[in-house]
Design a binder for this molecule. Structure first.
Ligand code: NAI
Length: 344
């Protein structure tokens, strides 16, 4: 099998080369992202392998199909960058539903601790031999209430970590996870109640029509003054202008963002020598109580290896049998995993 690999970064190659060699899948690595202008590069390939900021819209799908490309293998869990409705019946879309929920959940907690204990400030201060503690007062996590929106694989690991810190959990999910609510320290509540009562809010749901801008002016108005917002899920879950206004008005005490609504042209690239055109991002980064990482939460050795192995197994399994347990399907009007012709 020959697969065109888009948006290649140096850290992608070692694990894909390892598992590609094992399963006889040949990757051709392109640094460019997949979009209408670059789809032509997939000519002569059996499939394309793409990541979160590649564009798989109707135009790209049409070009891929016209060139005989059979498969879009996502090397990620989220698929909001794929027009699933349009893809249905035209091209097969495979994904990696889980590779390390620990990587993302642990990064979320790392960002939270960094923010509220001012570790980012301390690091810079002590390197300059400034040992003053002024402005460094944090707060205990113990006894605080964290609102977790989305209690899937990552959300549940994050809840476990929070419980280790002695926090109370208010959870919200469109499809609650059976057995998670213990009626005491972890409770499912309506979204409104979560907004009203959480000291910290962490987003772990996918980006869908339902969840776009789930954090907006209205929801922020319901939050406690000083609420800490964590987003390691997808940028579009947060209305960034509303967040910025919330930070300026001091309603939002701190924000930790691993994802950003307009990240696709910026994140993963080195712009240190450039003038950033995105004023909203620049303003956010200028705030002392905002921490931004560039979609880094997944980036652990374990996750990279799992991603490569599952992607390669998805591709080989699909070409061997015409089916794949990690195929996404749109048969019932919403994207779902598809196994043996059944959607889950
Ligand atoms: P998952 O599919 O296991 O869990 C998602 C949960 O969200 C499910 O329980 C689902 O019922 C719930 N959900 C769906 N619609 C909802 C709605 N309208 N309101 C509330 N909850 C809703 O997914 P997983 O593995 O936990 O990943 C969660 C998200 O994390 C992914 O969608 C992806 O966007 C993001 N992610 C970010 C990464 C990063 O590097 N920053 C890496 C991997 C995933």
């Amino acid at each position: 099998m020959k697969i065109a690999f888009f948006d290649t970064k140096p850290y992608d190659k070692p694990s894909f080369e390892k598992f590609g060699a094992q399963y006889n899948v040949k990757f051709k690595y392109f640094e460019t992202k997949l979009n209408e202008d670059t789809a032509e590069l997939a000519h002569g390939f059996d499939g394309v392998c793409v990541f979160v900021n590649d564009t798989v819209n109707a135009a790209v799908i049409d070009r891929l199909c016209a060139m005989g490309v059979k498969v879009v293998a996502l090397r990620c869990a989220g698929f909001n960058n794929v027009d699933m409705k349009y893809a249905f019946g035209k091209i097969h879309v495979l994904r990696v539903p889980a590779y390390s929920p620990y990587a993302v959940a642990e990064h979320t907690m790392a960002m939270l601790l960094t923010s509220i204990r001012r570790i980012h400030k301390a690091y810079i201060r002590t390197r300059d031999f400034n040992f003053s503690l002024n402005g460094m007062t944090g707060f205990d996590l113990h006894g605080k209430t964290v609102g977790v929106i989305g209690t899937g694989r990552i959300g549940r690991v994050f809840i476990d970590i929070c419980r280790g810190f002695g926090m109370k959990v208010l959870a919200y999910d469109k499809f609650p996870y059976e057995g998670l609510d213990n009626g005491d320290t972890i409770r499912y509540v309506p979204l409104e109640e979560l907004f009203y009562n959480s000291d910290i809010i962490s987003l772990h749901c996918p980006l869908t029509d339902d969840t776009k801008h789930i954090i907006n002016e209205n929801s922020l108005a319901k939050c406690k003054r000083g609420v800490v917002l964590l987003n390691t899920s997808r940028g579009g879950l947060v209305d960034t202008e509303a967040l910025l206004a919330g930070i300026k008005s001091r309603k939002v005490g701190a924000a930790c963002l691993d994802v950003y609504e307009e990240e696709s042209d910026i994140f993963f690239e080195d712009y240190s020598g450039h003038i950033i055109e995105d004023d909203t991002l620049a303003r956010l980064i200028s705030m002392p109580n905002v921490i931004v990482s560039s979609h880094q939460a997944f980036l652990t050795e374990e996750a990279l290896s799992n991603i490569a192995q599952t992607t390669v197994e998805n591709i080989t399994g699909f070409f061997a049998t015409g089916q794949c347990a990690n195929e996404l399907c749109y048969r019932h009007g919403a994207a779902a995993d598809c196994k043996d012709g059944k959607c889950f």
